[in-house]
Design a protein around this ligand. Structure first.
Ligand SMILES: *Cc1c(COP(=O)(O)O)cnc(C)c1O
Length: 393
């Protein structure tokens, strides 16, 4: 199929499929660790890379390839490499493009495990990271060193939904020969396509919206083939590749990505307005609200506010926990991007392992709660949250 002829909706259900000899309608699931060759010469050609077929599922697998091709089409990227989880995508990216002595600039508001990986693990291997403000282009520029290899952005940030100006940061980075990678987990290609804005690479936790139903872990790196080839070289030897089964589940997830994200975003803006008007709520963080500090930038850069809403209760940990513990419908879980609405207290869970100073710098207060809005009726979500909120004042 010539991808350029089709719209996003069509690509989401059709791209990447190659039918087998059985002409199946739905994508086939190839549960096999290895592939056989018809002759010694064919085996030799495959291993030498002269023949493009499959060898072993740590390298390639047809179901994984279908998922990669579909996601690449949705992101508008030339190629995609799938990984076992979002974190393995980020690790593979850093390991593929950075060596000892290199330097990364990233934002203070990164996903907790990404902060750990860049701040505490990669530094043991001689790759240093400077953490700077998500929203200040000047701070990113000032952090550049001669050995800076990578700008690592996550926008909107988790959990405060701060927005980085992708185009502006790309201009700064490219003037210094620095690669730009964007964690597009919160928006997905339905709401934001970083490659169109000049970014070199997109990373995903496919665990979140791409599956969207809380079933499997997965990740991906998307970009120009010359770059994803480097990631592939690392992964096929290092090992954290995506399983065929998870790729098959994720292919099905992509088919409903657009309608899910649009419906969840519509629920999120309603819930954000309701929270903003609630007497027990001190502040709401949602890029679709006019009160959001980067509302204009979000409107320009994203096709919608997304489905993550964070808010501060009037009070501290005791008040926030009261809201959590009175919920009967919302799931108390750290996962996000699910059709089921989830509720998280970041400072004691997802961001519990970073230092109090890092937490403060990231704006994660004790009264902060994060909601990943699902597909339930908004009125039911409001009633559930109100059980605890109404007890605060
Ligand atoms: C969850 C998440 C990750 C890590 O993904 P896993 O699949 O859990 O490894 C990375 N970035 C963001 C923004 C996330 O939400």
């Amino acid at each position: 199929m010539n991808l350029k002829d089709y719209q996003l909706e069509t690509l989401a259900v059709r791209a990447g499929q190659e039918r087998s000899q059985f002409n199946e309608h739905s994508e086939a699931l190839y549960l096999t660790s290895s592939f056989v060759f018809n002759s010694a010469a064919e085996a030799a050609a495959r291993f030498a890379g002269e023949d493009q077929g499959n060898v072993y599922s740590r390298f390639t697998n047809p179901t994984v390839t279908a998922f990669q091709d579909r996601l690449a089409a949705l992101e508008g990227g030339e190629a995609c490499i799938a990984t076992a989880s979002g974190m393995s995508a980020i690790m593979a990216l850093v390991m593929s493009f950075c060596s000892a002595g290199d330097h990364i600039v990233a934002s203070t508001g990164l996903f907790g495990a990404t902060q750990q990986l860049l701040g505490n693990i990669m530094s043991r291997f001689g790759v240093q990271t400077s953490f700077v403000s998500q929203t200040s282009v000047e701070a990113w520029k000032a952090a550049i060193r001669p050995e800076t290899k990578l700008f690592f952005l996550e926008t909107p940030s988790n959990p405060l939904t701060e927005i980085s100006d992708i185009s502006a940061l790309v201009a700064v980075a490219h003037a210094h020969g620095i690669l730009v990678s964007v964690d597009n987990c919160f928006c997905t290609p339905i709401l934001q396509r970083p490659l169109d804005l000049g970014a070199d690479l997109v990373v995903h936790s496919a665990t979140k919206y791409l599956d969207g139903q809380g079933r499997v872990l997965g990740g991906a790196v998307v970009g120009a083939k010359i770059l994803t080839d480097e990631v592939f070289k690392f992964l096929r030897s290092a090992g954290p590749t995506l399983s065929a089964f998870n790729a098959w589940v994720l292919l099905k997830g992509l088919e409903t990505l657009k309608i899910r994200l649009e419906a969840q975003s519509a629920n999120a803006i309603k819930l954000a307005h309701w929270l903003e008007a609630h007497p027990s709520v001190a502040r709401v963080y949602y890029p679709g609200l006019e009160s959001h500090p980067q509302f204009e930038l979000a409107k320009r850069q994203q096709k919608g506010g997304g489905a993550i809403v964070a808010f501060e209760v009037k009070g501290s940990r005791a008040e926030a926990w009261k809201v959590v513990d009175h919920c009967r419908l919302l799931s108390i879980t750290a996962n996000l991007g699910d059709t089921k609405t989830t509720l998280t207290h970041p400072s004691t869970t997802t961001h519990g392992r970073i230092t109090p100073e890092q937490r403060l710098a990231s704006g994660i207060t004790e009264g902060l709660l994060r909601i990943s809005v699902g597909l339930e009726a908004v009125i039911d979500l409001q009633n559930d949250l109100d059980k605890g909120l109404s007890l605060i004042l």
